[in-house]
Design a protein around this ligand. Structure first.
Ligand code: C2E
Ligand code: MG
Ligand code: MG
Length: 297
């Protein structure tokens, strides 16, 4: 028991960024057993095919056409229904399951793109599906091979796949990040920085990376029409994207006021409940077939 508890405290130190001290507390034990329970349920969910990808449309201002989508992980639980990633993504990321799940997510996304192209629901020259990449998945020595393998397996144009990484991934190991991104970029894979503005990325790093798109985090979008600081941060992010020649998309857009504010500042691409929540593939196909959101907005 003593060793077990020491191990739990050690885990907390690692979680807090290593190089520290933690004393065992009972609450840590509860958290640790919860994590273990979710992890073993997740393993079963994975082998029983309970994981799903949902798709949230990304829309261009003016025409309101769907120019792409973000693939978002869901867990179709037999008793609890559809569960969002915030309830399990940390556990997934901390267990070795993230590698198999990450490969599955990439394969599923490429399969979806291939189907949309076959059925001519999207244009291969403009459509792009973005997939969230977790830090450990990115650090895996065979990450580049996994991505290219999924693309080849489903014979899709490389430019139709975009990988969303966070500022955390970039600064964790800059040399590895640059090498992997450049290799994938040479094959035509696109990159975006997710939740931009919430991390600690250095602009000089950003300049060295083959990043195509910055995603303005929803925490700034939420109050952009009422909070002068958030409005200023958005203006600054838009200026950075423009001087580094990167595209921009705002996420978490829920109201017309937010849309109009962002557009007035120079942002033309949007993702959020104002247009559509993440939907299953069937519904996403219906949205594509109907030609976007022009009628509603
Ligand atoms: P994210 O990549 O920043 O995804 C955006 C989140 O905002 C999604 O939450 C989406 O459903 C939500 N959202 C979209 N529009 C709106 C809006 O108008 N208002 C509000 N309030 N929220 C909106 P979700 O699906 O729960 O995903 C949460 C996070 O989990 C993602 O944040 C991403 O970091 C992670 N995640 C999701 N799918 C995957 C995956 O396949 N792999 C990995 N590694 N992480 C994933
Ligand atoms: Mg994302
Ligand atoms: Mg985000």
């Amino acid at each position: 028991d003593l060793l077990k508890r020491a191990d739990i405290a050690l885990y907390r130190v690692k979680e807090d960024g290593r190089d520290g001290i933690a004393f065992f507390e009972q609450a840590m034990q509860v958290a640790a057993s919860e994590r273990l329970a979710i992890e073993s349920e997740l393993r079963k969910a994975f082998s029983d095919n309970q994981l799903r990808l949902h798709y949230q449309p990304q829309v261009v201002y003016g025409s309101q056409k769907i120019l792409g989508a973000e693939a978002l992980l869901r867990w179709q639980h037999p008793e609890r229904g559809l569960i969002g990633p915030s309830a399990f993504i940390d556990v997934l990321e901390q267990s070795s399951l993230i590698f198999d799940a990450g490969r599955w997510i990439l394969a599923r996304a490429c399969e979806c793109i291939a189907g949309l192209l076959t059925d001519q629901l999207v244009n291969p020259d403009t459509f792009c599906l973005s997939v969230n990449i977790s830090p450990r998945q990115f650090r895996h020595p065979n990450f580049v091979g996994d991505v290219l393998g999924a693309i080849r397996q489903h014979a899709i144009p490389t430019r139709c796949l975009s990988l969303e990484i966070t500022e955390g991934i970039v600064i964790e190991n800059i040399n590895d990040t640059i090498d992997k991104m450049n290799e994938l970029r040479q094959h035509g894979v696109h990159f975006s920085i997710d939740d931009f503005g919430t991390g600690y990325s250095s602009l000089s790093y950003l300049k060295q990376l083959p990043v195509d798109l910055l995603k303005i985090d929803q925490s700034f979008v939420r109050d952009c029409t009422g909070n002068a600081n958030d409005a200023e941060i958005i203006r600054a992010i838009i200026a950075i994207a423009s001087s580094l020649h990167m595209d921009l998309i705002a996420e978490g857009v829920e109201t017309r006021d937010q849309l109009n504010f962002l557009h007035a500042q120079g942002c033309d691409q949007f993702q959020g409940y104002l247009f559509s929540p993440p939907v299953d593939e069937h519904r996403f196909r219906e949205l594509l077939a109907s030609g976007g959101f022009a009628q509603q907005h």
